[in-house]
Design a protein around this ligand. Sequence first.
Ligand code: XIL
Length: 346
Amino acid sequence: PFGLKDAFEGKFLIGTALNMNQIWRSHQAPIKVLKQHFNSIVAENSMKSMFLQPREGEFNFKNADLFVEFGKKNDMEIIGHTLIWHSQAPRWFFSDKEGQDVSREVLIERMRQHIHTVVSRYKGQIKGWDVVNEVILDNGEWRKSKFYEIIGDDFIKLAFQFAHEADPEAELYYNDYNTAIPAKREGIGRVIKQILDSGGRVDAIGMQEHHGLHFPSLNEVENSIKYFSNLGVDVMVTEMDISVLPHARPNAGANISDTSAFRKELNPYPDGLPDDVMLQLGKRYIDFFRLYLKHQDKISRVTLWGISDKDSWLNNFPVRGRTNYPLLFDRQYNPKPFVKEIIALA
Ligand code: XIL
């Protein structure tokens, strides 16, 4: 049957994040939707460093291997996510036996080991890697992560270099959220331009696109698509979802330091998404897809951060136990009413 991937054929790849539960039960509803609509997958968690290398030198590739096998078997383009990220990284990575920060040299060597081991294991099988995730803040400054504090700002250039060494054919991406905020857009631009100018390889900038119903504006998203493309790299939409809850997740404009607001509205729509909100969500998705199609010469992939509302991380973020409706398929894995309109756009 005709799906999103048929509609966007020759325009951009259309992908989704997958979790291990879905791969283990690969005969079930989510996989049926996956095969009909998507041609690219990314592991929601199983390629993050805390899972791949829980202790120094002890790699656990069980789930990542299953994920890659699954992708190959089903003819999917496979995206690796993510090599260097301050979050979901094991604590040992940054510290010595006494719990003190390691030296610059040691941390660089750990980065090299991790990246070389992981990337070379899947050489030729992964289309591209999110090499570095979320290192620029909304104000355009460096995130003061352990990578930044211990190594200095050349850690990002080194990460791209190590990944390129390990698989010279693989595409390499920088990935971040809130990329429509002008200061952040320019901060990312500054850093990526430096790497490119010094001869480093960066193929694309990934805009995560964790949106709310009202934030960010289409106009600022469009400005970012043009701005990133002008640096000479592809643009990708890497983790799209649209929170419908009145307090959208912090990346979509709310303030995370006060979680009580999120707790007060765990499930504002206990009887399912009301028609008017479904309409709003549909309009928002259609607006974005229309924008991505307008810039299809710049955009090489659009990936949703999950298949159905049932799987979405936004049910648990920023507080656990919310009921959110941010994706294209409902909790029964049926397409939402506006999916056929998205298909008709292309
Ligand atoms: C999220 C996963 O969806 C959750 O299951 C996990 O608990 C936390 O991470 N930015 C990213 C993704 O780059 O890796 C995050 O994924 C969502 C935000």
